[in-house]
Design a protein around this ligand. Structure first.
Ligand code: ADP
Length: 483
């Protein structure tokens, strides 16, 4: 039996702010339990819904010091089994009492430094020695570092491998060296440019990328892109130097959780045989609920996203008046930077029958929109993988994307001559290209509906369940651990 520990800052169904939580929630369940013992550990945030948190079981507790800035503190370990997977939760109310897992960057760095050391310290106490620790994003970046340095004084940790998955290179956990050294207690000689130092500051993700035995990211194209200065966020040199130990594995989505035929949140269930009739029902019911003009002939474009620079929203600002004509509606669900929240509020005020701005995080409403929309807009500046285009395929909604990262790897552009492809895409980060592409999609939607429907069908026939990607992870785990 091979033993793995996943470490992350969020995981579905307990806490989610983005795609990372979907991945950490879905992937461990895919593995055959006869051969793989995969456990997951996240912080015991008080914002985890009581339906789960009230049922956590106490496992153990101990006191732990981290660096000179973090004195001895209580570490509790809680446990919960869900759909056959064992989850651990690191309990410390001082750090994890919250409404939302992230906040002030300096404080986030402190609490995840504490979390990283607590995770490793917990292992001998619960007597679980994983063959490999699979770390996700900057919040877990110090684990490979501690594992290869301080914890090597304990034979328990000998031979444990680590792997770091980059879900988003934009966030790295950077603060001045003195603070990160003081928080982590790592020796000063690790803060050099070939290890944890980055432009004279300390960088948690960089530590993880230097010390992990292997690095993955969530699509092939993004794996190549981040080795270049434009996408590399200052780490392209390091990533190119490790390119033999690095690979892109595209994410999947949970095909049971996201299934328009069984989804309880949507107005009318459907599948690939009857979407032609039933998606319309979802559209008109959503139009009613959102006070848009009710007309099943309108072209409804959806956008569900964190509202940040990454997502290409300035391109939408540039051409939205061209997008929302008399026959087209744009429905947005998202939260994030106030400039974008206000931008969409403004257009919803200006075009109340055409634009609906839902500035909120609402899983139910999001599912209703995946089911109702004809097309889904994702003009990202960069996109490590992107899950929303995959969910769109599953719900028969045609993605319109910019060709970057995982969007390039998962959306095949429509070719009207050969009648192939399952979405629309454009290559340059440019508002006119976006508008041209949306206009082209409109012409296919309004003028050749049978071709449009075939495109929808091709998207629904795609398999972006975890089955494929799980195989690639399994191969990699076996390679790292040994058969
Ligand atoms: P990222 O990880 O960059 O935020 P992804 O496309 O990988 O983007 O994943 C986003 C996930 O979060 C999807 O499951 C999407 O449906 C969900 N999501 C994003 N914003 C919202 C929102 N405002 N309400 C509900 N779900 C949302």
């Amino acid at each position: 039996m091979k033993k793995l520990l996943y470490v992350a800052s969020e995981c579905v169904p307990f806490v989610k702010t983005g795609g990372l939580a979907d991945v950490v929630g879905a992937l461990p369940k895919e593995f055959d339990k006869e051969y793989w013992d995969i456990r997951v550990v996240i912080p015991d945030y008080t914002c985890i819904p009581p339906q789960y948190r009230d049922n956590f079981h106490y496992v153990c507790n101990f006191n732990m010091g981290v660096g000179p800035y973090i004195g001895e503190k209580y570490v509790g370990v809680m446990e919960y089994e869900y759909m056959g997977i064992k989850y651990y939760f690191i309990d410390n109310l001082e750090y994890f009492e919250c409404f939302y897992p992230y906040g002030d960057t300096r404080y986030d760095i402190e609490k995840f430094t504490f979390f990283d050391k607590a995770v490793l310290s917990m292992l001998p106490v619960i007597d679980f020695k994983p063959d490999l620790i699979h770390c996700h994003d900057w919040q877990t970046g110090l684990i490979p570092v501690y594992l290869k340095t301080e914890f090597q004084s304990n034979p328990f940790f000998w031979g444990i491998k680590s792997m770091m998955t980059i879900h988003n290179l934009k966030f790295q956990g950077i603060w001045d060296v003195k603070t990160i050294q003081g928080l982590s207690g790592l020796p000063m000689d690790l803060f050099t440019p070939d290890k944890l130092e980055f432009n004279k500051a300390g960088n948690m993700l960089k530590g993880g990328l230097v010390y992990a035995d292997y690095i993955t990211t969530v699509s092939d194209t993004y794996a190549n892109e981040i080795q270049t200065p434009y996408f590399g966020e200052g780490l392209d040199g390091l990533l190119s130097s490790r390119h033999f130990d690095m690979k892109g594995i595209v994410n999947g989505i949970d095909y049971i959780a996201y299934d328009p035929n069984t989804d309880m949140s949507i107005y009318k269930n459907y599948d690939k045989t009857n979407f032609r009739n039933y998606k319309k029902v979802n559209k008109t019911r959503l139009q009613e609920d959102l006070d848009l003009a009710v007309d099943d002939k309108k072209y409804m474009i959806g956008l569900i996203s964190r509202l940040t620079d990454q997502k290409g929203l300035d391109l939408i600002n540039y051409c939205i008046e061209g997008i929302v004509d008399d026959f087209t509606q744009l429905v947005v669900i998202g939260t994030g930077e106030s400039q974008y929240e206000n931008m969409f509020r403004h257009y919803a005020w200006k075009y109340p029958d055409r634009v609906s701005a839902n500035i909120c995080y609402d899983e139910n409403l999001a599912r209703k929109l995946y089911a109702a929309a004809d097309a889904f807009l994702m003009p990202s500046r960069f996109e490590p993988c992107g899950l929303t285009q995959l969910i769109s395929f599953r719900y028969g909604t045609v993605p319109i994307v910019r060709e970057t990262g995982g969007l390039r790897d998962t959306v095949e552009p429509y070719n009207e001559y050969e009648n192939t492809g399952d979405g629309f895409s454009f290559s340059n980060y440019n508002g006119d290209e976006l508008l041209n592409t949306v206009n082209y999609s409109k012409s296919i939607f309004f003028d050749t509906r049978s071709n449009w429907n075939k495109m929808v069908e091709r998207g629904m026939n795609k398999d972006y369940s975890w089955a494929n990607s799980k195989g690639s992870y399994e191969e990699l785990y076996n390679y790292l651990i040994g058969e």
